[in-house]
Design a protein around this ligand. Structure first.
Ligand SMILES: C[S@@+](CC[C@H](N)C(=O)[O-])C[C@H]1O[C@@H](n2cnc3c(N)ncnc32)[C@H](O)[C@@H]1O
Length: 225
């Protein structure tokens, strides 16, 4: 089974809720979203720009960007899974959407901003995920920015068959000729945060985070070409 077939099965067998940065257990995710938004506002000055969102899911991130002032007609979305892109299309009919593997598509290098939001860690094949980063850099306009938001661990532990941490070292190698800003934030692993929210104890999340035993390192990376 190749990586995309595996991912299709993974999505089909889990509930619709819970694998997007923009849904589910609201208390915890609202904090994550706020952090992401402050970084976006810090790095993206004018919204009148051409944006490509790779692995766009159901479009929740793009909806946020439109609320921030991006014009839907300046946005291109690529998503491999047809049911997800169909829901994106219903929400955002003016966005140019492609249901395909990003590696199979070719775009002119005209994007001011390319985003990979929680995409790399959902691809377990290292060749595939880092090829996506290289291709995204090629399709970025000179002076444009590639934004990567995900969890990172340079030791690359492979603990789950459906996701694995990304490597900052590898991203730095790929983007060697670009300038890079890395914002880091530690969060309790989603499954524990979700569990605490489920039993009505979200207030314990900061306590668990302070224990430093069950955390994930999230990075918001801005790569300027
Ligand atoms: C964890 S979800 C994140 C969705 C969205 N970016 C968000 O934050 O809400 C990762 C998405 O990337 C998509 N994806 C993974 N590899 C892809 C590829 N090669 N081409 C297009 N989409 C891909 C998956 O189908 C999945 O919908």
């Amino acid at each position: 089974m190749n990586d995309l077939e595996r991912m299709k099965t993974f999505y089909e067998t889990r509930s619709r809720q819970g694998w997007s940065v923009y849904e589910c257990y609201p208390f915890f995710l609202a904090c994550k979203q706020k952090w992401i938004l402050t970084k976006i506002l810090k790095h993206i000055e004018t919204p009148a720009k051409k944006l490509l969102d790779i692995g766009a899911g159901e479009g929740d991130f793009l909806l946020t960007m439109i609320r921030l002032g991006f014009s839907p007609s300046n946005i291109t979305a690529v998503e491999y899974l047809s049911d997800r892109i169909e829901r994106l299309h219903v929400k955002l009919p003016q966005v140019e959407s492609h249901c395909n593997d990003y590696l199979k598509l070719t775009f002119p290098s005209e994007f001011d901003i390319i985003t990979l939001m929680a995409v790399l860690t959902s691809i377990v094949d290292n060749d595939v995920r880092y090829s996506i980063v290289s291709k995204a850099l090629e399709e970025l306009k000179e002076g444009g920015i590639l934004i990567i938001y995900d969890f990172f661990n340079d030791k690359e532990p492979f603990l789950h068959p459906d996701y694995r941490a990304a490597s900052l070292k590898k991203i730095k190698e790929i983007a060697i000729s670009c300038s890079m800003t890395v914002h880091k934030k530690v969060y309790l692993k989603s499954k524990y945060a979700k569990g605490l929210c489920k039993i009505g104890l979200p207030a314990l999340i900061p306590l668990f985070e302070a224990l430093k035993l069950f955390n994930d390192n999230y990075h918001f990376i801005v790569i300027r070409k």
